[in-house]
Ligand binder design. Structure first.
Ligand SMILES: [Zn+2]
Length: 318
């Protein structure tokens, strides 16, 4: 850290957070610099003229909380947490910063129990609440870019308790499909049922036409032939990688992704409910997509996603 400049994303470490953002004021100022890189914007009327936005001095006696701004255009007041996952939370922003960092820096994620201990939170529920809000922030919303190049597609089954049904048990697991650009980004989604129709739909929605798709021999992918260059490896025959001239056909990349996800879900989170699984997927996708960056950079990218997520929080849609 140089002079009074906040650390750049790459300079951001846990030590920096704890030293530079130890007070609520410092943590808020840093968050404001991420939320409003070009200065405050009024969430009510979108006014962003520095001349017509004032900071209001906090005053406990008068009940004026810290971080309040006054908009001269619409005459309303606002803070930097309005419309973000931090809104209505009584947890200090400095703790949120640490939680975001730990979430982004831990390869398999961090358990709520661990977070509770590290941050000295009053209850496990508070830690879980923070985790879910962070994961919610990490979910992609609106129109998302499409994957391209060579994309490996595969499905797996996550979590669930064993359930006795009739004569025997069946594993009450939830199917997850992941699309992974070789050397690039990943997008994973819960799929209610693995059918040809659903597999086709997720690929068409998320992968550019004419891209190359590599899968195993699951018949559900056959229909992709029409619009994609589809290649399969025959796992049933013990084939995991096949060379076709310059092309290497494999789904090893996406399987590696699943293996990290499963180790995280089993090792760190123990049990993940079906309802919350999309949130965990968002967390693992985020870390994968910024895996070549520093922990600090990954943290700042996560923080940037905290805005515009407030209304959707209560009932996350799949
Ligand atoms: Zn305004």
């Amino acid at each position: 850290m140089k002079n009074d400049m906040p650390p750049t994303p790459d300079e951001l470490t846990l030590d920096e957070i704890q030293q530079q953002f130890a007070t609520d004021d410092a943590a808020r100022a840093y968050w404001e610099s991420i939320r409003w890189p070009d200065g405050p914007v009024c969430p009510h009327c979108k006014n962003n003229e520095a001349k017509t936005i004032w900071k209001i001095e906090a005053n406990k006696d008068k009940g004026i909380r810290a971080g309040l701004h006054q908009c001269g255009e619409c005459d309303k007041q606002f803070t930097s947490t309005i419309g973000t996952i931090f809104e209505d939370s009584h947890i200090p922003l400095r703790k949120w910063l640490v939680a975001f960092y730990l979430n982004s820096a831990s390869k398999k994620g961090i358990s709520s129990l661990q977070l509770q201990r590290i941050l000295g939170l009053g209850s496990y529920r508070t830690a879980l609440f923070m985790q879910h809000r962070i994961r919610h922030a990490l979910r992609e919303t609106g129109s998302v870019f499409k994957l391209s190049g060579t994309v490996e597609a595969d499905e797996t089954y996550i979590g669930g308790k064993r359930k006795y049904v009739g004569k025997g048990y069946r594993e009450n697991k939830v199917p997850v499909v992941a699309l992974l650009e070789r050397g690039g980004r990943v997008r994973s989604r819960v799929m209610p049922r693995v059918t040809s129709k659903n597999l086709k739909a997720i690929v068409y929605k998320n992968v550019k036409p004419n891209s190359e798709i590599h899968t195993d021999e699951h018949p559900g992918y056959h229909a992709l032939k029409q619009d994609y260059s589809h290649h399969t490896v025959k796992h049933a025959m013990g084939e995991y990688t096949r060379r076709e001239n310059d092309r290497i056909v494999t789904t090893n990349g996406v399987e590696g992704y699943f293996s990290l996800l499963k180790r995280g879900v089993i090792g760190t989170f123990h049990h993940v409910s079906e309802q919350h699984l999309p949130l965990y997927l968002a967390e693992f996708d985020h870390r994968h997509n910024f895996r070549f960056e520093t922990d600090g950079f990954r943290t700042v990218e996560a923080l940037k996603k905290a805005k515009g997520k407030r209304l959707m929080y209560r009932r996350p849609a799949n």
